[in-house]
Ligand binder design. Structure first.
Ligand code: GUN
Length: 295
């Protein structure tokens, strides 16, 4: 068997086309332009790349965008004051504070200060609580993108054994929760593995759907998976640089070793990654429609 490639690039492109049409209609019929602000503190190079990509995507979709690049020594009070200003600004529907923040800034305090109605990252406890309860809310972008990948690529999840490796707040915990809910791309039997799991291979070998979100390059090999498993690889690990200075990326799954055994797999790059920013835009459009009383 050669694994089917689940292309995030293609799926994201299709969703962006839908969004573009929706945004054009919002502008034409209601005079609404969804707006996103990005706030970056410090000069982490990966974060700069992500924020740049978010800004470019906003522009490509003809959304309104504002970008704040603040120095690493910006105080917590200054960041909180900026969040508060954005909470009150009607041009802004979504607020994204890029993580990680410098150590002297309390991440929770900043995320909790964002108006839950503008929390397009889905990181505010109000949205996390609603997500747990299966209520309408902003879903965190990477897990949201993974659900779209499963749905749009017709992957059956109901009753499937889904094994999630990694328990981060951004990916592992929310995707595990979403996959067990009574919803499309849900109804799975979910296991979460982490650094204290006694026998990880026991779990990975049982998985019908395997989600790897640990940040360890090429961790999962062919001898740890079942024939035909669907793999979503969330890892974006920089393992070197090309001669012209571009990052060489590897997933958490050893693509070359598993591709003959898995049923389907998301590549790195071009898998889960492109979906994250697209879902951020989708959440921002949703925020704009809600703010205008259209939802
Ligand atoms: N850092 C890594 N991933 C994310 C994300 O999805 N949102 C934010 N705000 N920061 C991140």
């Amino acid at each position: 068997m050669t694994a089917k490639i689940i292309s995030g690039t293609e799926t994201a492109k299709a969703i962006r086309e839908e969004l573009k049409a929706e945004i054009a209609e919002l502008k034409e019929k209601h005079g609404i332009v969804p707006g996103l602000v990005t706030i970056l503190v410090g000069s982490d190079s990966a974060s700069q790349v992500y924020v740049g990509a978010k800004e470019r995507t906003c522009k490509a979709l003809e959304m309104y965008s504002e970008r704040y690049d603040l120095p690493a020594d910006t105080s917590e009070e200054e960041v909180l004051a900026l969040v508060e200003k954005c909470n009150k600004d009607d041009k802004i529907n979504g607020i994204l504070v890029q993580l990680p923040l410098p150590k002297h800034i309390n991440e929770h305090k900043v995320l909790y200060a964002i108006d839950p109605n503008k929390d397009v990252d889905g990181f505010h406890p109000v949205n996390i609580g609603k997500m747990m309860l299966g209520e309408d809310c902003f879903l965190p972008c990477t897990p949201h993108g993974m659900l779209e990948l499963l749905e749009r690529n017709n992957i059956e999840t109901s009753g499937a054994e889904c094994v999630v490796i990694g328990r981060s707040n951004i990916v592992g915990k929310p995707i595990a929760n979403l996959m067990l809910q009574k919803r499309p791309a849900g109804n799975a039997t979910v296991t979460i593995c982490h650094t204290r799991t006694k026998d990880m291979d026991f779990h990975t070998k049982r998985a019908d759907i395997l989600i790897a979100a640990v940040g360890v390059p090429n961790l999962i090999k062919a001898d740890q998976i079942k024939e035909g498993v669907v793999i979503l690889d969330v890892g974006v690990n920089r393992i070197g640089k090309t001669e012209d200075g571009k990052a060489i990326l590897a997933g958490d799954v050893d693509f070359e070793s598993v591709k003959q055994k898995a049923g389907a797999i998301t590549p790195v790059p071009g898998g889960v990654g492109p979906m994250t920013i697209t879902m951020l835009m989708k959440n921002t459009v949703q925020a704009a429609k809600t703010a205008a009383g259209l939802l």
